[in-house]
Ligand binder design. Structure first.
Ligand code: HEM
Length: 532
């Protein structure tokens, strides 16, 4: 390797005589001069034939891919999941069979609303998505750090996201983090009130990714080898504990270091201080589902841990930073439809819509149907199928047959396997086609109230301050009053604290609930950070 030299024009040139270190074009051709384009004469025009310059600039021009339509800002980390309690009686999923076995994982944490270049400490929900590379295929648990969601039906998702992201006329939300459009949408969608309680709480400004819980949110099914099914909710419990910052700190940190959360994760892992989460399951049957006060298919509701305790079955350890942020964090594709034998979906209409949305958007974001060929998305178990061709295809079927059934015996490629293959839980379904929402989804305030009364006085003050700050950014009084009319159904103390903060003296009438709330639900210890 030669030392730094100066070229003819005085520019620094790093030259080598070693073949291994010789810079090449993408076609592998050695490059002699990477500083100067090919010109007709020293001061002449650049020649179109300069394949070195054209290839370099062409590739640069195409470096960006569409950012995720939501959760654009994220940070990915490798790790492994170790099973500490086998659950064959509940699920035949291979990952849940052998205690002590480790399964490789990739986890991406994210904010939801901000663009890729936004700041880490926005008041926002955090994504917590984990891909488990199991021996029977990839299982993606695509969750959040809040156990409920804004809406009950996926058909409302585009509107929710439009209301929170840039306004179409001006290209930015109307205020820094609170705005008329968002609160207009929320105040017209009372199902979102419970989620906004969590969003205004300290949970939405976590100290770092390492101090957050994670939730699968939806009710899923576990299915055992005999075909018996139980319902399940998935929980991630941080071994580091739960911690948040206060709003003042969040604002200052965003100004001083917008990369605060990703830097924290990088530094911790770099220093060998590997964060860990226990995977917990809440398991219940049809009898519980039928007797529970709310519908287990409604993603705006939790199941209190006092009613169905969380059993810990394993531990996630995050122990390696990425080598290549783009190849791994940017190109990873989590998808709720990626489930494995022994885990199944339920009829939650939000989940069913997500199953369509992720694959659809990733086909566009990652340039076609072959994004499972990208190493971060590829399963780490054998794969055999007859899918072929398409943009960027890397692995077409080998041998004579690319179809089945075929009569080529051993040469005929992969075959179905009824014993090992995925079978959907044969749930009985019937009904008239209709667009109505089930009446069992109609109670929007009871659990919001339960959340409020579960909080310590300090946490309650923060929630009230959160609503006050956000609603104070709404220019339209009717939106502020409409939100207050919902908060009056949650709790008088909350509604009056926010009204006082906003300077509202004439309280609006409480919103008319679609179903009368249950006012005597007991507090749940698990809902407060400070009691944990
Ligand atoms: C991305 C969670 C609801 C559409 C994500 C990500 C997470 C997540 C964690 C980021 C994944 C990553 O790190 O790459 C959730 C949760 C939901 C929910 C917990 C509700 C319980 C929905 C709904 C839809 C949707 C209802 C659409 C109908 C999307 C899309 C992306 C995304 C399109 C971007 C995916 C990509 O480009 O790779 N979601 N989401 N989500 N979500 Fe959701």
């Amino acid at each position: 390797m030669k030392e730094l030299e100066l070229g003819d024009g005085g520019e620094p040139r790093q030259q080598t005589t070693s073949r291994d270190r010789t810079m090449t074009t993408a076609q592998g051709g050695p490059i002699a001069d990477d500083q100067n384009s090919l010109k007709a004469g020293a001061r002449g025009p650049v020649l179109l034939e300069d394949h070195v310059m054209r290839e370099k600039i062409f590739h640069f021009d195409h470096e960006r891919i569409p950012e995720r339509v939501v959760h654009a800002r994220g940070y990915g980390v490798h790790g492994h999941f170790e099973l500490t309690k086998a659950i064959p009686e509940l699920s035949c999923a291979d990952i849940f069979q052998r205690e002590g076995e480790k399964t490789p994982t990739f986890t991406r944490f994210s904010t939801v609303a901000g663009n890729k270049g936004s700041f880490d400490l926005a008041r926002d929900v955090r994504g917590f998505a984990t891909k488990f590379y199991t021996q029977e295929g990839n299982w993606d648990l695509v969750g959040n750090n809040i156990p409920v969601f804004f809406i009950q039906d996926a058909i409302k998702f585009p509107d929710l996201v439009h209301s929170v992201k840039e306004a179409p006329d001006r290209g930015f939300p109307q205020a820094q983090s609170a705005h008329d459009n968002f609160w207009d949408f929320i105040s017209l969608s009372p199902e979102a009130v419970h989620m906004t309680m969590w969003q205004m709480s300290d949970r939405a400004i976590p100290r770092s990714f390492r101090f957050m819980e994670g939730f699968g949110v939806h009710t899923f099914r576990l299915v055992n080898a005999d075909g018996q099914s139980h319902y399940v909710k998935f929980h991630w419990k941080p071994r580091q504990g739960l911690q948040s910052v206060v709003w003042n700190e969040a604002v200052k940190i965003n100004g001083a270091d917008p990369d605060f959360h990703r830097r924290d994760m990088w530094d911790a892992i770099d220093a060998g201080d590997f964060p860990q989460w226990d995977l917990g399951i809440q398991v219940f049957d049809d009898d519980f589902a039928d007797s529970f006060e709310f519908d287990i298919l409604d993603a705006t509701k939790i199941i209190p841990e006092e009613q169905v305790p969380v059993q810990i079955i394993g531990t996630l350890t995050l122990d390696a930073n990425v080598d290549n942020f783009f190849a791994e964090t940017e190109q990873v594709a989590f998808c709720t439809q990626n489930i494995v034998r022994g885990i199944d979906h339920t009829n939650d209409p939000l989940l069913q819509g997500r199953n369509f949305s992720y694959l659809d958007t990733q086909t566009k974001r990652l340039g076609g149907p072959n994004f499972t060929h990208i190493p971060i998305n590829a399963p780490k178990c054998p794969i055999h199928h007859f899918q072929q061709d398409g943009h960027m295809a890397m692995m077409n079927p080998k041998g004579r047959a690319n179809y089945e059934p075929n009569s080529w015996g051993e040469d005929g490629g992969p075959r179905e396997n009824p014993q090992l293959g995925f079978t959907s839980y044969p749930e009985q379904v019937e009904g008239r086609k209709q667009r109505t929402r089930s009446e069992t989804f109609a109670d929007h305030y009871s659990q919001a109230r339960q959340f409020w009364i579960s909080q310590t006085p300090v946490e309650q003050r923060h929630i009230a301050a959160g609503y006050t700050f956000e609603l104070s950014k709404c220019q339209h009084e009717k939106i502020r009053l409409r939100m207050l009319s919902h908060l009056m159904n949650v709790h008088d103390d909350l509604a009056h604290a926010v009204a006082k903060g906003l300077g509202v003296t004439d309280m609006p009438k409480p919103a008319k609930p679609a179903r009368e709330p249950i006012t005597d639900l007991p507090p749940s210890d698990a809902l407060s950070i400070l009691k944990n």
